[in-house]
Ligand binder design. Structure first.
Ligand code: ADP
Ligand code: MG
Length: 383
């Protein structure tokens, strides 16, 4: 939905024009999965799909939130009464941002918010981060908070961690807040330093496809927390603060010191995926975009066999796409459903898409949704 439609929706709901309209994108992660909470490296890129919010500031403590995508009335809250983990509806994401800003001492005194999003929800494409970041950016502008992109990402992550109650890392919000068009974002999750890495696929005759399997992930079922705990256990057993601190050169020796088979698998995944981020960066810097294909596929095998967060639908996308001539493919995001990415020659995009669709039909799976991941701009003001 475009800025104009969201603006009109706001006016119809609240009876006045909004102070402004802002957008924040969803993302796919190119490489570096489950590495962010290990203080390692990730490399997401922003999608053209965005959450768009029309917002006006208020000075009377009232917070009114509405989504064009959700049946139901305007959610009306009071900024003084926001309390973490009490609001289980979708409105907790934007409300959480208000709560975090106020906890940090910012005088955010209320707002009217009407939003709509083209980011598919629960597809591993970070529709939740888009919602948080668009709210944070709008409030940053309307209340003159002066926060930077990385700071807005931090605020948004805290909203999701502490207010909504989802223990996510910093990747999704940073991708949404800080990405630039035509680039992937290399993020060091320790010092939060960012490098924009040129990722101009059309110039190389390539396309990155997103395949949304339509299988809804449910990270609330404790799988994410279990992986996280296993990684922390690995770091503790190896005597390092985080798995980021295990050097790739020392991986085999480190694994030999671990007797727990589960912890060994998790350590191998995290340390090797951090290394795969380095490999991808080196190839992109050298202009060898095709060269990253096998690394994506190796990353998938690691997520499937070592971290064990894939599912039959994601595995089928990767196997089918590669058999049909893709350069490489992997699941992306939290796993247990959601989306995969597939790197293809532009000329092969249709054939490979068809092969995946046919394989899904033959397996009796719900038809997947396939679209190109065009590296897009991060959060911005539209009007
Ligand atoms: P993901 O971030 O991978 O899409 P999450 O489970 O983290 O999946 O976030 C999805 C949730 O975010 C939805 O269940 C809903 O609560 C909220 N959400 C996302 N987009 C919208 C929207 N357009 N309107 C209202 N709520 C939304
Ligand atoms: Mg999310």
């Amino acid at each position: 939905m475009g800025a104009q439609q969201v603006r009109e929706g706001f006016e119809a709901l609240f009876g006045a024009a909004p102070d402004g309209v802002w957008a924040a994108p969803g993302r796919v992660n190119l490489i570096g999965e489950y590495t962010d909470f290990n203080e390692g490296f990730v490399m997401p890129l922003a999608l053209p799909h965005t959450a768009v919010a029309a917002v006006s500031r208020r000075d009377d403590g009232v917070l009114r939130i509405h989504s064009a995508d959700i049946e139901g009335p305007v959610v009306e809250l009071h900024v003084d009464e926001l309390a973490p983990l009490t609001n289980t509806s979708w409105a907790a994401y934007p409300a959480g941002v208000v709560w975090v800003l106020r906890e940090a001492g910012h005088a955010v005194t209320g707002a009217d918010i009407h939003l709509a999003s083209t980011v598919p929800t629960g597809a591993g494409l970070s529709s939740s981060a888009a919602l948080e970041v668009v709210t944070a950016l709008a409030l940053n502008d309307l209340f003159d908070l002066g926060l930077s992109g990385p700071e807005l990402a931090r605020v948004s992550q805290r909203a999701e961690n502490d207010f909504v109650g989802v223990p996510c890392g910093i990747m999704d919000q940073t991708a949404s807040a800080c990405s630039t068009e035509g680039h992937a974002l290399h993020l060091d999750c320790r010092d939060l330093s960012i490098r924009q890495v040129p990722f101009d696929l059309p110039a190389h005759g390539l396309r990155l496809l997103v395949v949304d399997t339509r299988v809804k992930h449910a990270l609330g079922d404790g799988e994410y927390a279990e992986r996280r705990e296993g990684c922390e256990e690995g770091a503790r057993l190896l005597g390092v603060p985080f798995l980021r601190d295990v050097r790739y050169e020392d991986l085999e020796a480190s694994l030999a010191r671990l007797s727990d088979e589960r912890v060994r698998r998790y350590v191998r995944h995290v340390v090797s995926d951090d290394h795969r981020v380095d490999e991808v960066i080196a190839l992109l810097d050298a202009g060898d975009v095709r060269g990253i294909g096998p690394i994506l596929t190796a990353g998938h095998a690691s997520l499937r066999d070592d971290l064990r967060i894939s599912c039959p639908e994601l595995d089928l996308v990767v196997a089918t796409a590669n058999e049909a001539g893709a350069l490489g493919a992997r699941m992306t995001g939290g796993g247990f459903g959601g989306s995969a990415i597939v790197l293809v020659e532009s000329a092969d995009a249709d054939t490979i898409t068809k092969a995946v669709e046919e394989a899904f039909a033959a397996a009796g799976f719900t038809a997947p949704r396939v679209f190109p991941a065009v590296p897009s701009e991060g959060a911005r003001r539209l009007s």
